[in-house]
Write a protein that binds this ligand. Structure first.
Ligand SMILES: Nc1ncnc2c1ncn2[C@@H]1O[C@H](COP(=O)(O)OP(=O)(O)OP(=O)(O)O)[C@@H](O)[C@H]1O
Length: 122
């Protein structure tokens, strides 16, 4: 896109587009529904367990990173479907790598969640 100067109005518009991206993610992406359900459970458990400020920072980072990765994965999938609806080995690799990125963050987040919550059970 051409760079034709900074205006507050244009910045507001790009915020609107970004919020639309979040809406699309939460409205249409089934994996994001699972993330939402897990997020709700983690937030409820966090309030019940009385997490410390640092623990909340870790939880917020995990939630944010997983949602952001899912949004990027969904955008890559959408672009890939547009570029090549037919079977294509490069598309397969691209989609699998993007999905792998989400999984890596989900596993790391689950590990962090366990490290935070398991000691609270005792
Ligand atoms: N055009 C294609 N060419 C080759 N392989 C593909 C293609 N489209 C999808 N795949 C393979 O199928 C898998 C699932 O792709 P799909 O687009 O259905 O994502 P998905 O599993 O539905 O993801 P999500 O659940 O996030 O929507 C990909 O990870 C890839 O391995």
């Amino acid at each position: 896109m051409k760079n034709d100067g900074f205006t507050f109005r244009k910045r507001m518009k790009s915020f609107r587009y970004a919020f639309r991206g979040i809406y699309l993610l939460v409205r249409y992406e089934h994996n994001a529904w699972i993330h939402c359900a897990i997020t709700a459970c983690v937030l409820a458990a966090g309030f019940l367990a009385g997490l410390s400020r640092t623990e909340w920072v870790a939880i917020c980072l995990c939630i944010g990173m997983v949602f952001a990765a899912e949004a990027l994965n969904s955008s890559i999938e959408a672009l890939a479907d547009r570029v090549s609806p037919a079977y294509d080995e490069a598309i397969r690799r691209t989609k699998d790598l993007a999905a792998g990125a989400v999984l890596i963050l989900a596993i790391a987040s689950a590990a962090i969640g366990l490290l935070i919550f398991i000691p609270k059970l005792y």
